[in-house]
Design a protein around this ligand. Structure first.
Ligand SMILES: Nc1ncnc2c1ncn2[C@@H]1O[C@H](COP(=O)(O)OP(=O)(O)O)[C@@H](O)[C@H]1O
Ligand SMILES: [Mg+2]
Length: 145
C-alpha cells in the first residue's frame, strides 16, 4: 500500500485566465523545494497545467487534488461542466473546441490532453455529459515492481 506523504486541494475557477496556472506554479515550487528530479517536475507541471487550463477554458468550476505518495505523484481534477461527449476524439492531437478568443490568448492548440497522456504514467478520464469531467493522472516515482 502506498504511503501518502503530502496532499493539497486547489479550487479552479472557470474563465480565470489571469490566475490560471498559479496552482501549477505552487506545485512546481513545492516539488523543487523537496528536491524532486527536474524531469519529474517538468512532467507534473505539464499534466497539472493542461488539466487545470481545461477547467478554466471549458468547465464551470473544478478542483485539483494533488497527492504525493512514496510511489507516485497524482493529479486528480474534477469539474462541473459540459463534460466531454467523445473522449477518444478529444484525445486526438489538434482537436479543440476553443473559441477564437482563447486562441488569441495562445490557448486551444488541441495538445493538452495528448500532452497529459504523454507525460503521465497512467491516465483515466471519465466524463458525464452535462455534469462534468474527472481527469486522474499519475506519475510514478519508483520503477515498476
Ligand atoms: N474539462 C473539460 N470539460 C469539457 N471539455 C473538455 C475538458 N477538457 C477538454 N475538453 C474538450 O477536449 C478538447 C481537447 O482538449 P485539449 O487537448 O486540452 O485541447 P485544447 O484545450 O487546446 O482545446 C477541448 O477543446 C474540449 O472540447
Ligand atoms: Mg487544453
Amino acid at each position: 500500500m502506498a504511503e501518502e506523504l503530502f496532499r493539497k486541494s486547489f479550487s479552479i475557477l472557470s474563465c480565470n485566465f489571469d490566475k490560471a496556472g498559479e496552482n501549477t506554479t505552487e506545485i512546481k515550487a513545492l516539488l523543487k523545494s523537496l528536491d524532486f528530479n527536474p524531469d519529474i517536475i517538468r512532467r507534473v507541471v505539464v499534466v497539472a497545467f493542461e488539466a487545470e487550463m481545461n477547467v478554466v477554458m471549458y468547465a464551470n468550476r473544478g478542483r485539483m487534488d494533488f497527492v504525493i505518495t512514496d510511489e507516485e505523484i497524482r493529479i486528480d481534477i474534477t469539474d462541473e461542466g459540459p463534460g466531454i461527449p467523445d473522449i477518444k476524439q478529444a484525445m486526438q492531437e489538434g482537436y479543440s473546441t476553443a473559441t477564437d478568443e482563447m486562441r488569441e490568448m495562445g490557448f486551444g492548440f488541441g495538445m493538452g490532453l495528448p500532452n497529459i497522456k504523454k507525460h503521465s504514467d497512467f491516465l483515466e478520464i471519465k466524463s458525464d455529459v452535462g455534469k462534468g469531467t474527472t481527469v486522474m493522472a499519475g506519475i510514478r516515482l519508483v520503477p515498476d515492481a
